[in-house]
Design a binder for this molecule. Structure first.
Ligand code: GUN
Ligand code: FE
Length: 445
């Protein structure tokens, strides 16, 4: 049995009363066993002195593409459809098993270093087994799945799938990886977006999601051009179409949701669909600004994600929290999207989005031990006297302030050193991988 005792911490619990307390935390195996003042050492546990440290629930990012991490810097200054057709699809088409593996580890290394403990990840068409192997090795908690795309213009031949093949491969991956390592890893069916998928495929995904009770993770209403294509092809608005297919329910995570009309917002609200807001990506791809204050007012489930490295270009929740707060203020006023609202989106709302709010998203006895320890004793985060700790985290702190990250009761980073992978090797292999991929693409090399 493994035991970790974190002593003298200031804990941002994010429990129902959103209490902030000074206490010790005892972790036994994968769970938080006790929280209390002066928990006694027994001699058989690892002790972490958290004096003058903040302990927060690990961040939950509900939209990530690990397979795109090695494309960082390769898709700058383009809008969505050009970004996909000219850069991302050719690069994904060139992927091999090794490049998928190291792209995932590169991304996870960055995520763990910046305090993210759970992700909802979308892979590419092929080699997804290798992303799951990287996820398994790294210790991160993840819902992931192979992307599905059986339709579309200017799609490289390697990414064009037959409907039946896409479904068979997805089901095989689900059977292998769903609930791996006691549920740390879960499968999510991942049709890319309506533009890339036939009605037949989407209907089958809807049926499979229901029969296996597995999540569906897709992009929706990110870009004006995208929703015009959907409307032209289906005669429906994007979200209406997803609802018509039977996909609009509490197992659906939609990245972006910028271009929604009132009827679509009502569908999202009434069917319990989850929205993943990705402000960094939305600004960089010039997609627009999601109406998050309005969605939250209607009690719609909204959480946060960095999206992929080539449209951000980081996977850093501190960045996303800051942007989520700031981009709304000029049009909605200074009091909108306050620090606590945004911090909630980064933690407990993410847990709700993946149906795991009884297991993660807050620091409470009985929950999984997924947390990050921060050191805010620095120039950029001082003074601390009489300043709301959540304000310090959302508006002043940076990823470099994360000292230690624990996932599922395992210390995956300690004093900024990642324990589950070798950084030097990952950086070297990431470079070698992108070099190999680019050589295969005449226009990019
Ligand atoms: N829409 C379809 N595919 C993608 C993708 O890979 N990234 C983003 N941001 N939007 C998409
Ligand atoms: Fe995305």
């Amino acid at each position: 049995m493994s035991r970790i005792l974190i002593k003298h911490a200031e804990i941002i619990t994010m429990n129902k009363d959103e209490e902030i307390i000074n206490a010790d935390i005892l972790i036994e195996n994968d769970k938080i066993k006790a929280i209390g003042t002066d928990l006694k050492e027994t001699g058989d546990e690892k002790v972490i002195d958290a004096t003058e440290r903040l302990v927060i629930p690990g961040f939950i990012q509900t939209h990530i593409h690990l397979c795109q991490t090695i494309f960082r810097g390769k898709g700058d200054d383009l809008e969505l459809m050009d970004w996909l057709k000219k850069r991302i699809w050719p690069l994904e088409a060139a992927h091999d098993e090794e490049s998928i593996y190291y792209s995932a580890l590169l991304g996870i290394g960055e995520l763990i270093q910046s305090g993210t403990t759970t992700i909802v990840d979308m892979e590419t068409v092929h080699h997804t087994d290798y992303a799951f192997k990287a996820i398994a090795k790294s210790g991160i908690r993840a819902l992931s799945g192979k992307v599905m795309m059986d339709k579309g213009e200017e799609v490289p031949p390697q990414l064009q799938e037959k409907t039946s093949e896409s479904i068979e491969k997805s089901v095989a991956l689900m059977e292998k990886w769903n609930n791996f390592d006691n549920g740390r890893i879960k499968y999510a069916f991942s049709p890319r977006f309506v533009v890339s998928c036939t009605e037949e495929l989407l209907k089958e995904v809807s049926r499979l999601s229901k029969s296996y009770q597995v999540y569906v993770h897709t992009h929706a209403s990110e870009n004006k051009g995208e929703i015009e294509i959907v409307e032209r092809e289906t005669g429906m608005r994007n979200i209406e179409y997803l609802d018509y297919l039977g996909l609009a329910n509490e197992r659906l995570i939609l990245a972006h949701c910028i271009w929604l009309n009132e009827k679509e917002k009502t569908i999202i609200k009434e069917k319990g669909v989850h929205v993943s807001h990705c402000p960094g990506s939305n600004l960089k791809l010039a997609s627009g600004i999601a109406e998050v204050p309005h969605l939250l007012e209607q009690s719609i489930s909204v959480s946060l994600g960095a999206d992929g490295a080539p449209c951000n270009n980081n996977l850093d929740m501190f960045n996303e929290m800051r942007l989520a707060a700031l981009i709304q203020k000029p049009s909605h006023g200074s009091t909108t999207m306050d620090a606590k609202t945004v911090f909630r989106m980064a933690t407990i709302n993410g847990a709700k989005a993946i149906g795991m709010e009884d297991q993660i998203g807050s620091i409470e006895v009985g929950k999984k031990a997924d947390l990050a320890i921060l050191n805010l004793n620095d120039f950029h985060t001082y003074p601390s006297f009489d300043v709301d700790p959540i304000s310090r985290i959302v508006y002043s702190a940076t990823r470099a302030d994360v000292v230690t990250t624990i996932i599922n009761g395992e210390i995956v980073m300690e004093n900024r050193v990642i324990k589950t992978m070798e950084k030097k090797v990952i950086l070297h292999e990431a470079n070698a991988s992108i070099k190999r991929l680019i050589k295969k693409i005449p226009l990019l090399s």
